[in-house]
Write a protein that binds this ligand. Structure first.
Ligand SMILES: Nc1ncnc2c1ncn2[C@@H]1O[C@H](COP(=O)(O)OP(=O)(O)O)[C@@H](O)[C@H]1O
Ligand SMILES: [Mg+2]
Length: 320
């Protein structure tokens, strides 16, 4: 049984169809990146899963329990980090956590222990006597996560937890999420930036205008968007001749000389070699083929996989 499942999940706000028959399957222990531009329907989906919003039609389930019918059983299983933190700014950090622990009926010595544990996990122990309002946005975001960990939920629903954070705070959040993943939590995390989640998540779903355009692994996305693999090569002389040789190689779909960006040393030209990974062997064959043909290689580098290109292709025509 999937830990999170939506079946034709649909949500209308009057005339607007915010979610249109969304089908998501997230298994236990998965870290699912939920990606889409503003207005795509991410927050609506997450709020439904968090039992805070009712679907117009279709179903959402957590661990086999149906949202809207079994909310009482669902709530102990989930931790929801909203996109905005909300009130309680005038409390001191440990009081804030104790307050929420009490709301979860965690009492006495257990409460002290749980609060100390989540403070440590989110690296906020040294801030326990600081006012919530005095914390940086990154620390407040970690405190929000600490709060939803108090009752040790199986499932974490996080709505753009890294948005508006500086690069350092983003990295801290990412490290924290990795730790939660290692603890075996099932995580759904949304973002409008694909590459932010690519490293962290094992599966991703791309949503646009309330419809799921794609869901699967990051590699599947690249395949689906037909973003091929490209290698940058330079040789000491006779670039055009080398390009001809590379073009003849099986598996190479295209080889062309382009202006370099200076990374290839003496030469300011590079050969971009596009190849089909399915053809196999091309990557490692290229140096041999060049050497056997008497070329001296001065540069050889794989182009970083371009997730943004994949994202734009998959959402093409729909992105405003
Ligand atoms: N309470 C609401 N009333 C009317 N329309 C809403 C409401 N909440 C969201 N919407 C609309 O639903 C669509 C999806 O919004 P949302 O789920 O917030 O997207 P995202 O989180 O991906 O930015 C948007 O067009 C948004 O304007
Ligand atoms: Mg949102």
């Amino acid at each position: 049984m999937p830990m999170i499942e939506t079946i034709n999940l649909t949500k209308r706000y009057n005339d607007l169809v915010a979610l249109n028959a969304l089908n998501l399957t997230i298994n236990e222990g998965d870290c699912f990146g939920f990606i889409g531009p503003n207005g795509a329907g991410k927050t609506t989906t997450i709020k439904i899963l968090a039992t805070l919003l009712k679907p117009s039609s279709g179903q959402a389930q957590i661990n086999g329990l149906t949202v809207g019918y079994q909310n009482r059983q669902i709530r102990p299983l989930i931790g929801y980090v909203p996109d905005f933190m909300g009130a309680y700014q005038d409390m001191v950090v440990h009081e804030y956590l104790e307050f929420f622990a009490a709301a979860y009926n965690i009492n006495g010595a257990q409460r002290k222990k749980v609060v100390a544990d989540v403070l440590e996990l989110t690296e906020l122990t040294y801030k326990q006597t600081a006012e919530v309002s005095s914390l940086s946005r990154g620390m407040q975001q970690r405190l929000s996560i600490a709060r939803v960990l108090l009752h040790d939920p199986k499932v974490l629903l996080m709505d753009e937890p890294a948005s508006g954070l500086d690069p350092r705070a983003r990295i801290e959040i990412r490290e924290l999420l990795k730790e939660l993943k290692r603890m075996g939590k099932t995580i759904l995390i949304s973002s409008h930036i694909l590459h932010e989640l690519a490293e962290l998540c094992n599966t991703v779903g791309i949503i646009e205008k309330g419809q799921l355009l794609f869901s699967g692994s990051v590699n599947d996305i690249l395949k689906k968007a037909k973003v091929g693999h490209v290698i940058h090569v330079a040789v000491a002389e006779r670039m055009e001749a080398a390009t001809q040789v590379l073009t003849q190689m099986p598996g190479v779909s295209k080889a062309e000389v382009v202006m370099g960006d200076g990374t290839a040393g003496q030469t300011d030209q590079l050969i971009h070699v596009a190849y089909d990974e399915a053809a196999g062997g091309v990557y490692t064959d290229i140096p041999n083929v060049l050497i056997n043909n008497g070329f001296r290689i001065t540069h050889f580098q794989e182009e970083p996989v371009n997730l943004e290109t994949a994202f734009m292709r998959l959402t093409k025509g729909l992105v405003q």
